[in-house]
Design a protein around this ligand. Structure first.
Ligand code: HEM
Length: 209
């Protein structure tokens, strides 16, 4: 399935549009929390919303390659924005945890990070995302060359620790975490079979040419 061709200017505009749309759930959640429209524990609800959107953008970013390989849909121009949206959501999620949830009590925060495995995993995910976010620009791609690709493979362990963090944060596993566990398994599993799969496709194409 081929997408309509965009001019460089149209592509640039669509990327900014994606950022604008991508931040809406977070801003809407903040507005609802700040105006008392969230029932129950608004801090927890907002913290969860930010964590879930971070995970969604991570998965969407990792879906770009299989979509291009298997369905011919090329969304590569939007992949960086998806990754950066994931990073900003994780950072916002962490900030809510530090401030509204833990009230900047650094003693309990450090104890949480050291003793609660799901917090340790979340922290590992955030720390691994930092170098990716810092190097998500043309200058770094040019400067790092092939090392840039190697560095950005960190996104795989990031997805693993994110899903584990999510699953371990829950008291019981419902359909929603199962959905993300399956999605992450498919997205990561695809990377394991991608090289032989693409080689087979190339061979078949060469034989029929
Ligand atoms: C790659 C990084 C991260 C991702 C993708 C992520 C994602 C998530 C998700 C999806 C949830 C569950 C939301 C739900 O139940 O609806 C969650 C919960 C949570 N996360 Fe994260 N998170 C990350 C990093 C962190 C970090 C660095 C911290 C703090 C140090 C943190 C603290 C929490 C807390 C406190 C909860 C709520 C647990 C509860 O309800 O008791 N997360 N996160």
């Amino acid at each position: 399935m081929a997408l309509p061709k965009l001019s460089p200017r149209g592509r640039e505009t669509s990327i900014w549009l994606l950022y604008a749309l991508g931040f809406i759930p977070g801003l809407w959640g903040f507005y609802q929390g700040a105006t008392g429209q969230i029932a129950g524990d608004p801090v927890r609800v907002f913290e969860h919303l930010l964590g879930l959107w971070a995970l969604r953008f991570l998965c969407l970013g990792l879906a770009v390659t299989p979509l291009r390989d298997l369905a011919g849909v090329n969304l590569i121009a939007w992949r960086r924005a998806l990754g950066l949206l994931a990073f900003w959501y994780v950072l916002a999620h962490f900030t809510v945890y530090l401030t509204l949830d833990r009230g900047l009590q650094f003693g309990t925060i450090l104890a949480d990070i050291a003793k609660r495995p799901y917090i340790t995993l979340g922290m590992a995910g955030l720390l691994m995302l930092v170098p990716l976010a810092i190097t998500s620009n043309r200058w770094s791609i040019r400067r790092l060359g092939s090392r840039w690709n190697k560095l950005h493979k960190l996104v795989y362990p990031i997805l693993i620790v994110s899903v584990l963090h999510y699953a371990l944060s829950l008291k019981s596993i419902t359909a929603e975490p199962v959905f993300y566990i399956v999605t992450a398994t498919v997205l990561l599993g695809y990377r394991l079979v991608r090289t032989p799969l693409m080689a087979r496709r190339r061979n078949r194409r060469n034989q029929t040419a």
